[in-house]
Design a protein around this ligand. Structure first.
Ligand code: C2E
Ligand code: MG
Ligand code: MG
Ligand code: MG
Length: 285
């Protein structure tokens, strides 16, 4: 009858909420266990400068090796970790591991490569994260240039002013900070205006359309012009072909990364990959 039909969605909704709450609680417990039981791993993707394709560093990308599930990509679990705030601890863990890795790599090769870590806006907003970075740099006596931050595309909390002040602190000690996925996400221009960043990372969706879409090309050109006028470094991600890399070089992009250079690799494979490059000459040439 009509009354039952009317009630039905309410009951259904109620069950959904409960089930989702249960599922969420379970996932959160699994994520915490992942952190304490060492199920997270870092992969590293090479970055090269344009126009000469010189290797300059790596981006650290998180992977979850979940027992029984294989490797889980961050798109699956980072949003959940943001929901509970566990991302703050995860991002600190990432920064520590990335710092150790770049010390091993640069000492082994006598190089000055940098590693960039993705930091959720939520991690950046809590002053803890930046305190950890300062401590990492100071305790390990590493050049501040070895570590960089990519501010990932998550909803920024209400406290833009506090976050901007914390970023200013990072910049004051010489840390580079880029806005990740520039152009697609939450309030890219708002962030550009309010956060004292040093770089913009053009989202790979624009790069992917470079050959086909005049609009994508215009957006990339405008982003480069705006960024350079503000004194920012322009990074392009998701570069899959040499033609795209050359095109981006002509447009004025400073640094790029993507499958054309290499997929993200575990540290040991990365070392082999670097070993196969002739670092005295140009990559991809
Ligand atoms: P992102 O920071 O924009 O990272 C770039 C993503 O593009 C990576 O996906 C990378 O594997 C992928 N990629 C690289 N080159 C290419 C290419 O040529 N073609 C295509 N199609 N894709 C390419 P991944 O590793 O799955 O990471 C996804 C996102 O998860 C990252 O996007 C970042 O927002 C987030 N993330 C990763 N690690 C962390 C972390 O440690 N902390 C936080 N808070 N977020 C992270
Ligand atoms: Mg990134
Ligand atoms: Mg990105
Ligand atoms: Mg992206």
């Amino acid at each position: 009858n009509a009354a039952a039909r009317q009630r039905q969605p309410v009951v259904y909704f109620d069950e959904m909420v409960n089930r989702n709450a249960r599922e969420r609680a379970a996932t959160h417990a699994e994520l915490r266990r992942a952190l304490t039981e060492g199920q997270f791993e870092l992969y590293f993707q090479p970055k090269a400068a344009l126009p000469d394709h010189r290797l300059v560093g790596f981006e650290a990308l998180l992977r979850w090796r979940q027992p029984g599930h294989g490797i889980v990509p961050p798109a699956t679990f980072v949003p959940l970790a943001e929901e509970t705030g566990l991302i703050r601890e995860i991002d600190v863990w990432v920064a520590e591991r990335a710092c150790e890795a770049i010390m091993r790599i640069n000492r082994a090769l006598n190089t000055d490569f940098s590693v960039s870590v993705n930091a959720s806006a939520m991690a950046l907003e809590s002053g803890d994260y930046i305190r950890h970075l300062r401590r990492l740099i100071a305790e390990n006596h590493i050049p501040v240039e070895w570590l960089e931050i990519e501010m990932t595309e998550t909803t920024i909390g209400d406290d833009t002013v506090a976050a901007a002040a914390l970023l200013a602190e990072c910049r004051a000690i010489g840390l580079k900070v880029s806005i990740d996925d520039f152009g697609i996400g939450y309030s890219s221009l708002h962030r550009l205006r309010h956060f004292p960043v040093s770089g913009l990372k053009i989202d790979r969706s624009f790069v992917g359309e470079l050959g086909q879409s005049n609009v994508a090309r215009l957006i990339i050109r405008a982003t480069i012009e705006l960024g350079h006028a503000m004194g920012l470094q322009i990074i392009a991600e998701g570069v899959e072909t040499l033609a795209q890399a050359e095109d981006l070089a002509l447009l004025g992009v400073d640094v790029y990364q993507g499958y054309v250079l290499s997929r993200p690799l575990p540290e040991a494979e990365l070392m082999r990959w670097i070993g196969n490059q002739d670092l005295g000459t140009l990559l991809l040439r």
